[in-house]
Design a protein around this ligand. Structure first.
Ligand SMILES: [Cu+2]
Length: 146
């Protein structure tokens, strides 16, 4: 054997070993590999708030509102089905009434501001009404068969 060949061979091994060491060192010192992933530990997003359950809606055929405001019934005339309850809400600082013109029908006491009066219309017909203190305030409820 020639010493020169042996020397060359050993040199090759040394280079390969050095390369492996460098590679290993490179991997071990990589800072990014050690970093925790905050996004993986993030708490679950809060559940979307559920939409509020829709309140039981009263069918418009059985409940209707009339407001009393600025010396007027509003709406001044409405047509409803038999069995409908109408509620008047008095908004004026001046008291008003809901008084049927004649026969059976709504006949409220003096309603102060914020008070309400309800009347259920069980009979078909046209109910003209007014306000006692202010007879020019007029309204009409037309009750139809179901
Ligand atoms: Cu009035």
């Amino acid at each position: 054997m020639y010493p020169s060949m042996m020397k060359k061979h050993l040199g090759g091994i040394a280079v390969a070993t050095l390369a492996l060491l460098l590679l290993g060192a490179g991997c071990g010192s990589s800072p990014s590999a050690e970093q925790p992933r905050p996004e993986a530990k993030a708490p679950e997003p809060l559940e979307m708030t559920q939409p509020a359950p829709t309140a039981e809606t009263v069918p418009s055929a059985t409940a209707t509102a009339v407001s009393i405001e600025n010396f007027k019934f509003s709406p001044s005339s409405i047509t409803v089905k038999k069995g409908t309850t109408i509620t008047w809400t008095q908004m004026d600082s001046t008291p008003h009434t809901v008084t049927v013109e004649k026969g059976d029908g709504p006949d409220s006491p003096l309603l102060q501001k914020g008070e309400t009066y309800s009347y259920k219309f069980d009979n078909v017909g046209t109910y003209a009404y007014h306000c006692k203190p202010h007879p020019y305030m007029k309204g009409t409820i037309v009750v139809e068969a179901e």
